[in-house]
Design a protein around this ligand. Structure first.
Ligand SMILES: O=P(O)(O)OC[C@H]1O[C@H](O[C@H]2O[C@H](CO)[C@@H](O)[C@H](O)[C@H]2O)[C@H](O)[C@@H](O)[C@@H]1O
Length: 384
């Protein structure tokens, strides 16, 4: 990708006012032509309490791995009782009192959307594509593809994924969307006048069609470190059958979905031992995946705020953001929306789970139904 310096004309004073809302300090985010230096306010995030570094049992890694993406049977077992599937349904239905179905709450949503611009944020894995064993084969159905395409025709729509931006862009295959990869640490957004983002925080680039775009990459300086760690992780896990390491440029993932459960401890210990040498990296847990990422104060929630600002929706009274996601990393985005009572976080889950989301959808099928309902509603409104 062609990275080139931005023109000085992009340096608008008004933009400098708004960056503070994002926690970006102008003196720390040079209008970087190399993109090498970024905000120390982002970089200086304290590392979460490390726990006992030499024991993956006592620091909670193994517990987190065991509870990650549990099958229905496991959840039932965790309550220590044999529950028939009818009882699981009862548990799910009572959970839905706290997290009502977004499909059943549709009228409520569109009532709130009156005179507001809906902006859609979508996670990828487990939200648009069902969870499958092979991350390289996590495809969207044709139905989902057309639902996402439809929704993007009417509403600004962004994908925010843990995968690399290029990879998720390739999987979704729609040029009209905005993409944020690596848990929001790699955001491509359009060049437009309405953006209130300080120019010093991003670099100018071109997309695959040669169009001018902006790139916000707050962890850019970590690229060589992530590359090194990725290679080391590949090396130290190569003898563990089923382990798979993915490179997302600004973060890296170690999958253990296909590893025998008896070897999970070994996976955790190997990753842990590698990370001991990298105090500027931290670990988070996803669905049967260990995610290694820089210790910076940036996550999917910050990415949502950034995209709203960069797309010109900084006035929260005019906009109704809807974020749909299934994973722990999506909770950061749910928190942002809940905090400002700004819109709707929608958790995709077929099992009861604590969440900061307001609403729920059971699975990817319901996600596509919800997106299609939005399109149908918008078409009717526009016809009036
Ligand atoms: O933020 P997301 O778009 O949800 O990405 C999070 C991780 O998703 C992928 O892993 C998950 O989906 C795989 C395919 O269904 C599944 O095999 C794996 O067990 C899940 O964790 C992706 O491969 C990861 O790199 C992302 O971090």
């Amino acid at each position: 990708m062609d990275l080139k310096p931005k023109s000085a004309s992009v340096l608008a004073d008004s933009a400098l006012i708004n960056k503070s809302r994002l926690g970006i300090q102008s003196n720390m985010l040079p209008c970087s032509q190399s993109g090498a230096s970024f905000s120390s306010s982002i970089l200086s995030a304290p590392r979460k309490k490390p726990g006992k570094l030499d024991d993956v049992r006592s620091n909670g890694w193994l517990d987190a791995m065991q509870s990650s993406s549990p099958p229905r049977k496991k959840i039932v077992k965790d309550f220590g009782v044999e529950i028939a599937s009818d009882d699981s349904d009862i548990a799910y239905n009572s959970w839905m009192l706290k997290y009502p179905s977004a499909l059943n709450s549709f009228d409520h949503i569109i009532n709130r959307a009156k005179d507001k611009k809906i902006v859609i944020f979508l996670d990828y894995d487990g939200t648009l594509s069902p969870i499958v064993d092979d991350p390289d084969r996590a495809f969207m159905s044709a139905d989902m593809h057309s639902a996402v395409k439809g929704v993007a025709e009417y509403f600004p729509t962004a994908i925010i994924s843990g995968r690399s931006r290029d990879k998720v862009r390739e999987l979704v295959g729609l040029a009209e969307l905005y993409y944020a990869g690596s848990h929001g640490m790699d955001i491509m957004f359009p060049v437009q006048e309405t953006s209130s983002i300080d120019c010093s925080s991003y670099i100018r680039s071109t997309d695959t069609q040669g169009k001018d775009v902006n790139l916000f990459q707050p962890a850019r300086e970590f690229i060589p470190m992530i590359d090194e760690v990725f290679k080391t992780l590949v090396d130290v896990t190569k003898d563990i059958p089923g382990a798979k390491v993915e490179d997302h440029k600004f973060c890296t993932s170690v999958h253990y979905r296909n590893v025998d459960e008896n070897s999970w401890l070994m996976v955790a210990q190997r990753v842990h031992d590698v990370l001991k040498d990298y105090p500027r990296l931290r670990l988070t847990h996803g669905r049967k995946v260990l995610e290694v990422r820089p210790v910076i104060d940036w996550d999917k929630g910050r990415a949502v705020e950034f995209l709203l600002e960069s797309l010109g929706f900084s006035n929260s009274d005019d906009v109704l953001p809807i974020y749909i996601g299934d994973d722990r990393t999506d909770e950061d985005a749910f928190k942002v929306l809940r905090k400002g009572n700004r819109g709707y976080g929608i958790l995709v889950s077929s099992i009861p789970k604590e969440s900061k989301a307001f609403l729920s959808l059971r699975d990817t099928f319901e996600v596509s139904e919800f997106l299609k309902s939005l399109v149908k509603w918008k078409e009717q409104v526009d016809m009036k």
